[in-house]
Write a protein that binds this ligand. Sequence first.
Ligand code: TA6
Length: 294
Amino acid sequence: CKGVNGLDKVVLREAKGSSAEVYLYGGQVTSWKNDQGEELLFVSSKAIFKPPKAIRGGIPICFPQFSNNGPLEQHGFARNRFWSIDTDPPPFPTNTSNKAFVDLILKPSEEDLKIWPHSYEFRLRVTLGPGGDLMLTSRIRNTNNDGKPFSFTFAYHTYFSVSDISEVRVEGLETLDYLDNLQEKQRFTEQGDAITFESEVDKIYLGTPTKIAILDHEKKRTFVLRKDGLPDAVVWNPWDKKAKAMADFGDDEYKHMLCVEAAAIEKPITLKPGEEWKGRLELSTVPSSYCSGQ
Ligand code: TA6
């Protein structure tokens, strides 16, 4: 399926062999490989790479609404739109020397303005660092000329590829409060000393630290998620029943994926005309032996 520029995706490669792929559809990263060529993100074998479905996997961008907390479609519309290559980005704060990167931009169509009557420029820079780290920087500016502010919620809905969900633990969210989507979004406090998985989980952790670790025991690999401007973190695994109910998701695929999503949900972000918000996500991997307790 061709994007608006006749391209459907951009491939980023760096010298030691790491790579990333970004689809113009959704502005969505759909692959992040290390220098051994191992795929680090999960994309369902049943994913559909064209409208109207969002691509099931990689890093969907949830904007201007996370989940169904509002009048828009689930997770907003940014992941269901064709983005363009941004050929004239204003200077980005991120240093891109010796890094591979692509700049994408999304602005509202006439149709979009009917469902969400706000003008904005959403610039997304995807960067692959020399060590294979992946960085996403979103800059959203209110370009309303009617003086109106707008508010939005946001998430990088990242699907990590894991060997076996029953042997994964998440560190950095212990003792925090969370809203449990499986219990009418009621507020609880995390009791565990790390999060492990033996059934469906769908929790929005609030006021989370900059760094969260996802340990894959079998691979002896830890994903390190660092974030800026994104105070919340969603942890989601559909488990078997929900997996079977999703047409674009294999029945057993829940065993090999985990979503940990850097997000701004509890407190929507409000921008006045001319104001810009920045949300940054940085993903890297380290051998697990170095990471526990760091
Ligand atoms: O991130 C968790 C969540 O909000 C879950 O409730 C589940 O709906 C998931 O997102 C996937 O949503 P999607 O619209 O992509 O099927």
